[in-house]
Design a binder for this molecule. Structure first.
Ligand SMILES: Cc1cc2nc3c(=O)[nH]c(=O)nc-3n(C[C@H](O)[C@H](O)[C@H](O)COP(=O)(O)OP(=O)(O)OC[C@H]3O[C@@H](n4cnc5c(N)ncnc54)[C@H](O)[C@@H]3O)c2cc1C
Ligand code: FES
Length: 368
């Protein structure tokens, strides 16, 4: 009897707690705050209790992100002038002391709890959302796919080579919410009715698993963009390009943009892969090399290093950094553009610096 009373009492207390919590939740949900953006250029009324990143996103303002709001990439920086709560651990790890002093925050880490004043780069206010139809999906290698979308609404996109879009993977399987991931645009800006992407499968990754296992030709996709500062400088300097795997994407856009617009700058493009099955676009690159006297393509296989290897591989062998050691000339004049894994970029930057390429002439996008 005593046990029944204790259990009943416990249940009653639990029910009261649940109802009280429920009351709080609905009170919090009905509570809204105003976000003033760029000194009243735009004002949004948003529900309290969600992140600033999500609140902006729901109102069509897309801050850059490579981690889908998990506090890992540090891309969603903005200035929060009023209304920010305390810094989170993710922010103290990723923001410098100067940035913290200048009110810079990671929008995905800041909760909306009332009125706020924020400042974001004005070009982000014109980032658009797009719907596209998947016109083509090709296997480039065993773990890299080429995607081509025809734009439905709006029907055209303006971008510069090197910029990226945020592709939405809808809820599927065990992933209850849509996620956004960054993919460099592989098409040339001259074709503004299509967007091409080159996507490498990340085992266990949400968006790439969706691309590889669920996305089909004829499906509709959503993405936002364009984003990013990775782009060709205005100079005439000779260039080194360095990429591996899907890091090909921005350079595939760039080389065709240069060809279409008669931009001629001496360019040596290092592209690294492990073995022959990881290499793609060999014929396309050979054709471009023939057509463009200023363009040299240097593909290298790191897994096939033996000179006795009986393959018909005509290119370089060794890690891309070893090949760069051999082929990059000394000279502070050159610029370098790099895309791919953070490890590859860090190692390649070391070689470039040792060859005299200065930091302010090294541009990169780390795919992380
Ligand atoms: C500017 C930019 C441009 C890019 N361009 C390209 C491009 O052109 N092509 C391309 O292929 N990629 C590109 N990327 C990378 C791309 O944005 C994605 O990061 C990548 O495709 C992986 O996404 P995903 O959703 O499949 O993996 P995610 O789900 O994000 O997972 C990535 C990895 O983290 C692990 N992981 C996931 N969640 C957790 C967790 N909670 N704890 C621990 N580990 C976890 C996963 O198992 C996986 O190994 C670019 C990135 C940036 C920043
Ligand atoms: S979106 Fe990656 S840190 Fe905020």
């Amino acid at each position: 009897m005593m046990e029944i009373l204790v259990i009943t009492g416990f249940l009653a207390v639990a029910m009261i707690a649940i109802f009280a919590a429920d009351g709080n939740v609905s009170a919090a949900a009905s509570h809204t705050g105003w976000i003033d953006i760029n000194a009243d250029r735009q004002r949004l009324e948003v529900p309290c209790g969600e992140s600033l990143f999500a609140a902006l996103h729901e109102n069509g303002i897309f801050l850059p992100s490579a981690c889908g709001g998990r506090g890992l990439c540090g891309y969603c920086r903005c200035e929060v002038l009023e209304g920010a709560g305390p810094l989170t651990e993710a922010e103290t790890k990723r923001l410098s002391e100067d940035e913290i002093a200048a009110n810079v925050r990671l929008a995905c880490q800041v909760m909306v709890t009332g009125d706020m004043k924020i400042r974001i780069p004005s070009e982000l206010l014109s980032v658009g959302t797009f719907r596209g139809l998947v016109e083509r999906i090709d296997d480039l290698t065993h773990d890299i796919k080429y995607l081509r979308f025809r734009l439905i609404a709006p029907e055209r996109i303006e971008f510069v080579p090197g910029q990226y879009v945020q592709l939405e993977a809808p809820a599927y399987g065990n992933n209850p919410d849509p996620v956004f991931r960054a993919y460099s645009i592989a098409s040339a800006p001259g074709d503004n009715r299509h967007v091409e992407l080159i996507v490498r499968l990340v085992p266990g990754g949400i968006c790439t698993t969706w691309v590889f296992e669920h996305l089909r030709e004829g499906d509709e996709v959503k993405f936002a963009g364009p984003f990013g500062e990775f782009r060709l400088s205005d100079s005439d300097r000779p260039m080194y390009w360095v990429a591996g795997g899907s890091g090909m994407a921005p350079f595939w856009s760039l080389v065709r943009h240069m060809k279409d617009n008669g931009i001629e700058r001496p360019t040596m493009y290092f592209f690294g892969a492990v073995s022959r099955r990881d290499m793609f676009f060999e014929r396309k690159m050979a054709e471009l090399e023939k057509l463009l006297p200023w363009f040299t393509y240097v593909p290298a296989l790191s897994g096939e290093t033996s000179p006795d290897w009986p393959g018909d591989w005509p290119g370089e062998r060794g890690l891309i950094t070893e090949v760069m050691e051999r082929r990059v000339g000394d000279g502070p004049e050159a610029e370098a553009y790099l895309c791919g894994s953070p490890g590859m970029i860090d190692a390649a930057c070391k070689v470039l610096r040792a060859k005299g390429v200065t930091d302010e002439r090294i541009y990169y996008d780390k795919f992380a």
